[in-house]
Design a protein around this ligand. Structure first.
Ligand code: M6R
Length: 612
């Protein structure tokens, strides 16, 4: 949600930040902008739309500089427009700032500044903050760094800010609270970014800035302080991502690349943990918490969007194997309804990005109430990972497509392993079943590879139904959350209205929508709900609905009833969702592409939702 990149050092700064913006564009693409110091003067180029539009606008202009800040926006305060694009300038035009997050008390600050005669040229909270910093600087006659510190003590909300100062041309000032910020440490140069993707091709040495820290960056110096002006020692870590992981590698879209990476990413999420041959499962990040988990009174899974769907699958698996009650909560609702949480409750926060604001605040509030928090995250070192008492990384690699795909299947694999580990510790699973499920998980990558061979067939089905106005997705049991996920993918990528429902619930209302124009996708692989879902398919057919069925090899019944059939490899029902979701990801992808939409950057969305 908004991408920030900045550079100071011996290179030309503009090409570095421009490339960085392109890598960060998945975080927001309502507008883009750059501020740099050229001939000692601040120059700002910004434009509504994608980075390419800003690039075109800046073409031919003098962008020579060794210091620059840049931003790609997901609009919160004020519509996407040139005037609301970042960077924003202070009233005297000497400070330029980019910002990710929301300043919640900006109205109050704005009023104070208006009373002092400030005038604003945008609707953003960001412009208010940079005016506020300048006001403090002038009235206190202090440095920009000091003014930032004073200002941030008054700010309510979440932010990453980066400031360039015309009067101090060799320094960048950055600060964070609640939004991610990474510093890349090079030789005679420093990089700043919302994540490591703009940095990885220049240096592998990074520092993750903590909340309430202020970074003062010069070409050859990095000073980190807390908000009380005490020097902090930067903890330099080595990045473990490769450039290839953040490039398209010959695919038309990141989404398709990521869908096709799944045999490998699922394998990576199991690697070093699950050994089916020796019958062992090792989850280092859970070791200290296993007894607590086995004795848990309740497990509460908090997440949003696709990660919430992974949580729903986990609910079914954990209750089945561990006999522990599980609740799956929308993080945003959990936080604000004063939930009953206490000792004996374990929270599992699930998040691809590890930066989702709703999930973070839900974790914070549960922590205050005394619950143990475990994280299932994809991004190493992310805020959610750091706030957790323990947990398991999904190791799916960087996910750039805004629609989550490979992160979801890795979450399913990791959550299944967590369930197995708790069940083993609790003694609620037989050795035989434990071994059987290890074998099933071990085999799942290969079955996903087989499911991906259906790509061409799914493309033909996508062409057939792409003009439908609505879609219904139905499933039961472990496949019910997969129906929800299929519907979410279609909505995000193709802008077609789609609803997911438990197949049996359909007759309590949504069946009223069914007619010969409504495609109904059934996720109906062979499992303990099979007979029931067959009846549900008949109910749809009786009302002339068009049935697209995801079935398992060897099933003769459903293919005889459905209009279109997609046959996936058979698996134990606990593991089957990892396979049955594959054709649904492909269906959404092909419909989105055939309608001519930018599937990697669907309208109004952003990859990492860092505002509540
Ligand atoms: O990074 P997170 O997993 O916490 O993100 C949660 C949701 O914002 C995310 O899954 C969203 O729903 C995706 N766009 C789904 O494709």
């Amino acid at each position: 949600m908004c991408g920030i990149v900045a550079y100071i050092g011996h290179r030309e700064a503009y090409p570095v930040v421009l490339k960085g913006l392109k890598r960060l564009e998945y975080r927001g693409y309502d507008s883009a902008g750059v501020a740099l110091l050229n001939g000692g003067k601040l120059k700002v180029y910004k434009k509504k739309g994608k980075v390419a539009e800003m690039e075109e606008y800046a073409m031919g202009k003098d962008v020579k500089s060794h210091i620059a800040i840049a931003h790609t926006r997901w609009a919160t305060h004020g519509e996407p427009s040139d005037r609301n694009a970042h960077p924003h300038l202070s009233g005297d035009g000497k400070l330029a700032m980019v910002h990710n997050g929301i300043i919640e008390n900006y109205m109050q600050l704005k009023q104070e500044l208006l009373n002092k005669g400030h005038q604003f040229s945008s609707d953003t909270d960001t412009e208010v903050l940079i005016h506020f910093i300048q006001e403090i600087k002038q009235s206190n006659d202090c440095s920009t760094e000091e003014a930032v510190r004073i200002a941030l003590k008054r700010v309510v909300g979440a932010y990453v800010i980066v400031i360039v100062d015309e009067d101090n041309p060799g320094t960048l000032i950055a600060a964070r609270k609640g939004s991610p910020l990474v510093i890349g440490v090079g030789k005679g140069e420093h990089f700043l970014a919302s994540d490591a993707s703009p940095i990885v091709e220049y240096t592998k040495e990074v520092v993750y800035v903590n909340d309430y820290e202020i970074a003062i960056l010069r070409a050859d110096e990095l000073i980190l302080k807390n908000i009380s002006n005490e020097i902090q020692t930067p903890y330099i870590q080595k990045l473990d991502i490769e450039l290839a992981a953040i490039e398209k590698g010959g695919y038309d879209h990141f989404m398709l690349k990521e869908v096709f990476e799944q045999p490998q990413t699922i394998f990576d999420s199991l690697r070093g943990r699950l050994d089916a041959k020796s019958g062992t499962l090792t989850l280092g990040g859970l070791r200290e918490h296993l007894d607590t988990l086995a004795a848990a009174r309740r497990i509460i899974i908090v997440a949003c969007g696709t990660s919430w769907h992974a949580g729903l699958v986990a609910e079914y698996i954990i209750e089945e194997l561990c006999r522990i009650p599980v609740e799956v909560e929308y993080a945003s609702e959990f936080r604000y309804r004063n939930p009953v949480v206490g000792k004996g409750d374990v929270i599992i926060a699930v998040s691809q990005s590890g930066e989702t604001a709703d999930t973070l605040v839900a974790m914070e509030s549960a922590k205050e109430k005394g619950a143990i928090i475990l994280g299932v995250c994809n991004v190493v070192g992310s805020s959610i990972a750091r706030l957790s008492n323990g947990g398991v990384y999904t190791h799916a690699g960087p996910e750039i497509g805004v629609a989550s795909t490979k992160a979801f299947t890795a979450q399913l694999a990791v959550l299944a392993m967590i369930a197995l580990k708790i069940a083993q510790a609790k003694g609620s699973i037989t050795e035989q079943r434990f071994q059987h499920l290890l074998d099933e998980l071990h085999d799942v990558s290969e079955k996903v590879a087989t499911a991906l061979l259906l790509n061409d067939q799914v493309k033909v089905i996508a062409e057939k139904y792409k003009d439908a106005r609505d879609f219904l997705y139905l499933g039961r049991g472990y496949n019910f959350p997969i129906a929800l996920e299929g519907a979410l993918k279609l909505k995000e990528i193709s802008y077609i209205h789609a609803e997911g429902y438990p197949a049996a619930e359909m007759k309590h209302g949504p069946i009223a929508l069914v007619d010969e124009n409504l495609p109904v996708v059934f996720v109906a692989t062979k499992d303990s709900y099979y007979e029931k879902i067959v009846s549900n398919i008949q109910e749809i057919k009786a009302r002339k609905g068009k049935v697209i069925a995801i079935t398992t090899e060897g099933d003769a019944m459903i293919p005889s009833m459905a209009d279109d059939v997609i046959v996936v490899p058979e698996a134990d029902e606990l593991v089957a969702p990892i396979i049955s979701v594959i054709p649904l990801q492909l269906l959404a992808y092909h419909i989105g592409v055939s309608k001519g939409f930018d599937v990697d950057k669907p309208r109004n969305l952003a990859k990492s939702v860092t505002v509540e």
